[in-house]
Write a protein that binds this ligand. Structure first.
Ligand SMILES: Cc1cc2nc3c(=O)[nH]c(=O)nc-3n(C[C@H](O)[C@H](O)[C@H](O)COP(=O)(O)O)c2cc1C
Length: 223
């Protein structure tokens, strides 16, 4: 079985990366109950290491009878990766929130990954349904998120539902952003409160990410 863990943030060891690692562990542990480890491949993709741009609106993927129908023909690092991911048994994406949105990098990736299988007013062109996980990490508290961002990610998640399946969504609030708060200019966040939140709550977020991975694995066995 093939799974992809996709980090849409630039940092390889911080919040998003650690949560994705836990989701990966959840997938592996759950599948090991019924499969040999040799049958389980979990691929870790770090989008910032890849060379690609967003959709160019060429519409080859929508051209009836065209050579690239339902495929993205752009020749960059996503050319071979997208078809492999379309055939996967499950994917977990993670992104920090930058100015209220997922990062530009993962947004560009989604334009390419989703648009080639998305059909205006029709059934998905993706080769198969698969379980999807989405992990968002951010500085703001849950209260501020609900007031300011609300249902912001629903549009993206609705497209995922049309093309693959409704994502299992995990929002991780009030993250510890700097390795050392005393070294960086910041008047918005109290370093002591941030440290307290990290100490008291981040392990719960990691457990939630693990559980998300378990759900992705369980769903992959049903589809
Ligand atoms: C350019 C930039 C913009 C950010 N904008 C927001 C924001 O609008 N809302 C928010 O809650 N956090 C914002 N953050 C904080 C990050 O989303 C948060 O620290 C996240 O957990 C970082 O993930 P990482 O530790 O995996 O890098 C921003 C961080 C950066 C670098």
């Amino acid at each position: 079985m093939e799974f992809y863990i996709v980090n849409g943030g630039p940092r390889k060891k911080f919040n998003t990366a650690q949560l994705l690692e836990k989701a990966s562990e959840g997938i592996l542990d759950e599948l090991k109950k019924s499969h040999g480890e040799d049958d389980i491949n979990i691929h870790h993709i770090h989008l910032y290491d890849l060379n690609f741009k967003g959709c160019k609106s060429c519409f080859h993927c929508k051209r009836i009878g065209g050579k690239y129908y339902a495929q993205c023909p752009i020749k960059d690092d996503l050319l071979d990766l997208i078809p492999k991911m379309e055939d996967a048994d499950g994917i977990v994406f993670g992104s920090p929130i930058y100015f209220g949105e997922i990062t530009g990098e993962i947004r560009s990736f989604f334009e390419r990954f989703l648009f080639s299988s998305f059909v205006y007013g029709g059934e998905s062109n993706a080769p198969k349904r698969m379980p999807i996980g989405m992990i968002y990490t951010m500085n703001v508290t849950e209260e501020v998120f609900n007031q300011v961002y609300g249902s912001k990610f629903d549009i993206l998640e609705n497209v995922f539902e049309d093309v693959y399946s409704k994502p299992h969504s995990l929002k991780v609030y009030d993250t510890y952003q700097f390795s050392d708060y005393s070294k960086y200019e910041n008047y918005a966040f109290d370093p002591e409160l941030k440290a307290k939140r990290k100490e008291e709550h981040f392990h719960i977020d990691l457990d939630d990410a693990y559980d998300l991975g378990v759900k992705i694995a369980q769903e992959s066995l049903k589809l």
